[in-house]
Write a protein that binds this ligand. Structure first.
Ligand code: PAF
Length: 300
């Protein structure tokens, strides 16, 4: 198991990538905020498979620009030594772990007069997560654009767990002609269905038990989806009502690109069921794909 090379400056990253650029080898990037778990490991495996003999680059950077004041920037786990073990086990070659000053030389706080360029996402960023986190995706897209510019990968791998993020990154790459293949990798779950997340470590035993309501709610919706949108939402809401300790933020069913669905979608419409909820002081999100049928299926 070879330890990856750890790079903390943009210059060192360019130097480490030079051989791949010269040889035309494929480069794969996995952007992360560290605190790597088995979900990230699956992203690294996907990147390893896609890069072939070329380098897999993992960025480990807790991006202040995507946290609003009062969110969990300060308590976000920082575990670089353990992250390097995961990267080594999955065959990553380079770990880019820069300081905030290296990524934001003028500081991450955009000055209203002289401030840096940031990426303004489209209106999709205002829905779902954007309702409680209105500046979040501007921060995410800005740092992802920077990382894509620094690494210039052929492929970038993101987890489907942050589904709205994945859709918005795809859209940015398309709209800004960034020329990278964006790959979404399926969510990895605990045996009881809870999606792996760096924030799960904040849950105590009782909250950890309560958090299983999120995947149960999604499965309730997916199970009733063959009988239409309304049936799917009703089943999900009934599951939530029976689940104590979960403070719902949103439960929505949207199209695969998160476009709003008509009230009565045609049978066979693919969709995504999405949920966000607070369990104690920890905010969790999850989603699952489904295919909608119509109410007539039940009698037919
Ligand atoms: O999903 C994450 O960990 C972050 O939002 C990302 C994509 C690394 C940007 O900071």
């Amino acid at each position: 198991m070879t330890r990856p090379q750890v790079l903390t400056t943009r210059a060192a990253l360019q130097e480490a990538l030079a051989p791949a650029r010269r040889s035309g080898a494929k480069v794969a990037l996995v952007p992360t905020m560290g605190a790597l778990h088995a979900g990230h490991a699956s992203l690294l495996r996907e990147a390893r498979a896609r890069a072939g003999a070329g380098p897999v680059v993992v960025s480990v950077f807790v991006n202040p620009l995507q946290f609003a004041p009062g969110e969990d920037l300060d308590r976000y786990p920082r575990t670089l030594e353990a992250d390097l073990e995961v990267c080594a086990a999955e065959g990553a070659d380079l770990v880019f772990a820069p300081s905030v000053a290296e990524v934001y030389p003028g500081g991450p706080d955009p000055d209203p007069v002289t401030g840096m360029t940031t990426v303004v996402p489209g209106p999709l960023a205002e829905r779902l997560e954007g309702r409680t986190r209105p500046t979040h995706f501007r921060g995410v897209l800005t740092v992802v654009a920077k990382l894509l510019g620094l690494v210039r990968p052929d492929v970038a791998v993101f987890g489907e767990k942050d589904y709205q993020q994945l859709v918005l990154v795809r859209r940015m790459v398309l709209d800004l002609c960034l020329g990278v293949d964006v790959v979404g990798a399926p969510t990895v779950r605990e045996p009881d269905g809870l999606a792996l997340s760096s924030r799960n470590r904040f849950l105590d035993a009782e909250q950890r038990e309560a958090a299983t309501a999120l995947p149960r709610t999604l499965h309730a919706a997916v199970g009733e989806a063959p009988y239409g949108l309304r049936a799917a939402l009703d089943a999900a809401r009934a599951e939530l009502r029976a689940s104590p300790g979960v403070d719902l933020d949103y439960l929505e069913i949207a199209g695969p690109d998160l476009e709003p669905l008509p009230e009565d979608p045609a049978a066979g419409t693919p969709c995504r069921v999405l949920i966000a909820a607070r369990v104690g002081s920890t905010r969790l999100i999850d989603n699952l794909p489904a295919v909608l049928g119509t109410p007539s299926e039940r009698s037919g």
